[in-house]
Design a protein around this ligand. Sequence first.
Ligand code: NAP
Length: 541
Amino acid sequence: MSSQTIKEVDAVVLGAGFAGLYMLHQLRSKGFSTVVYEAGDGVGGVWYWNRYPGARCDIESIYYNYTFSKELYEEWTWTSRFPEQKEILQYLNYVADRFQLREDIQFNTRVNAAHFDEELNKWLIDLNDGQQVLAKYFITGIGCLSAANIPKIEGLQQFNGKWYHTGHWPHEQVDFTGKRVGIIGTGSSGIQAIPVIAKVAKHLTVFQRTPQYTIPARNHPYDDGFIKETKQNFEMLKQAMRNSVSGTPFAQNHQSAMEDSDVTRQEVFENAWTQGGFAFSTTYHDLLTNEQSNEQAAEFIRSKIKQIVKNPAIAEKLCPTYMYGTKRQVLDSDYFETYNRENVLLVDVKESPIKKITETGIQTIDKHFDLDIIIFATGYDGMTGPLFKIDIQGKDGVTLKDKWEDGASVQTYLGLTTAGFPNLFMITGPESPSVLVNMPIAIEQHVEWIAQCIDYLRKHDIDVMETKIEAEEAWSKHCREIANGTLYVKGDSWYTGANIAGKPRSFLIYLGGFDYYTKRCNEVAQNNYEGFKLMKLKSIS
Ligand code: NAP
C-alpha cells in the first residue's frame, strides 16, 4: 500500500478520558507527534458518557485525580468526599485546557479498525469518517467499561416511551417529574440512580435480578482546613498511593476476620459502616479469600438491610446471598431507605422474569408494569468488550478477537501488550490491576511506563517491539494462579464475564497488588525490556 496520501503520526491514542489525556501529554512532552481520537464531542471518557442521575465516583476525590503535576493538584479543589460526575468532568476539562491538549484531540471520531501493516511496520488506522492514519504506535485508552450491555429483551423497539442506558445518558436533562419509571439493574449505576430518581418520579419500579451488598458512602462537603492540609501533604500522598496495594494511601490490614471475637468483629464492621466508603472492604485481609470471613461480612450487611427496610418481605428480597465482594462493592446514598418510600416498588426478576417489553411498559411472567421511561442500568461487557468493538488486527491477519478466542484465552504481558500485535499498548488492559485499583493512579503508572518505553525505543533506534509468547504465557499463568486463590473467581459478575450471555468466563484483573505490579513493570524496563523482541527495520528486511 502507498502511504503518500495518508496522514502519519508517531502515535495514535484512543479515547480522551483520564488515560488518553495523560498519554497525549506525556508523548507530546517527549516530542512525539500524537493524535487522540475520541467518539464523544468532549473529553472525559467514562465521565463524559455516564451522566445518569446520582452518578458519582466511589473513590475519594482527593485520591481520584492525577498526581503527575503538583501544580495541578494545588490548583484544583474538590468540593466533597465523593465527587459528582459533573465535577470530575469539569476537572478533566480543566486538565485538557491547562495542558493545551484539545489541539491534538479529534472529537466525534471513532476508530473502526487498526491493522498492523507488516511491510511498513506501522499501524494503519481506519476512522469512521473514511479517513486513514498511519502510526508507529497504537495505544488504547478506552477503559474497561465502555461497551454497554443492553440485554436483548423482546419488544424494546415497540416501546412508546423513552429508554436510556446509564452509560449513554443524554446530555440534556431527563425530566422524571410525574413519570412512571422502570429501572433494570442494581449494580453501582442503578444503586446510585434509584434514590435520586425516586425523589422526583411519580413512581419507580426497580427490576432486580441480584441484590447487592452496598455500604453507605457518607458523602460530605470538604472543609477548607482539610483541603489545605491535603495539598500541603501532596508529595507524601502521591508516594503513598503510588507505592500502595490499591492505589489509595490506606494501610493494609493483615488480620483475619476469624481472629477476632464476635463482639470485636461486630465493632470493627460497625465502625467501618459508620465511616462509610471502602473502609468496610478493608476491615480484614481475608474477606475475599476465606469463605467463613466472607460470610461474617455478608451477614453484617444483611442485618443492616433488615434494620433499614421497614417491610420484612422487601428487606428479605434485598438481602444478597452470593459471596460478599465477588461483585464490586457498591457505595450508596440512602439506597435501602428508598424502599421505605410509597412510590417505589421492588420486582424480583429471578422470581418473576421479564418476558418482554410492550408498547406501554414491561411484562413479566406475572404482571404488566405501565411505564413512561425505562432505564437500563445493566452494565457493560467489561475488560475485553471495548477492545473487541474495534477490528484490531496484528501480524498474519490475526485479529485480537481471534487470538483471544472471543475472550476464552486472553493472554497479555503485564496487561500492557500481547504477542503478535507489535507496537500496540493497552492502558489498563486485561491482566493489569485496572479496576481493582484506584484508576487514575493505575493509569498514570501505565502511561508513564509506555511513554518511557517508546522513548527508549527511539533512543535505541528500535522500530518494532513485540511481546515474546513465553513472556505473556508466564504472566497470564501468574495472574490466573493469584486469582484462583481468591473468591472473586467464584462470583457471577462482570469481573468474570458472567453478566454477558455466552461470554467465556475468565478473570482478567491482576490481583498481586499494585505495588508489586509496578515493581515488576519497572524491572522489565530496567532489564532492557525483557520479554520483548526489539527489532530494527534493517534487521527485519
Ligand atoms: P453492573 O455492576 O454490571 O450491574 C448491572 C446490573 O444489571 C446488575 O444488577 C445485573 O444483574 C443487572 N442486569 C444485567 N442484565 C440484566 C438482565 N438481562 N435482566 C435483569 N437484570 C440485568 O453494572 P453497573 O452498575 O453499570 O456498574 C459496572 C461497574 O462500573 C461497577 O462495578 C463499577 O466498577 C463501575 N461504576 C462505578 C461507579 C462509581 O464509581 N460509583 C458508578 C457506576 C459504575 P446481575 O447482578 O444478576 O448480573
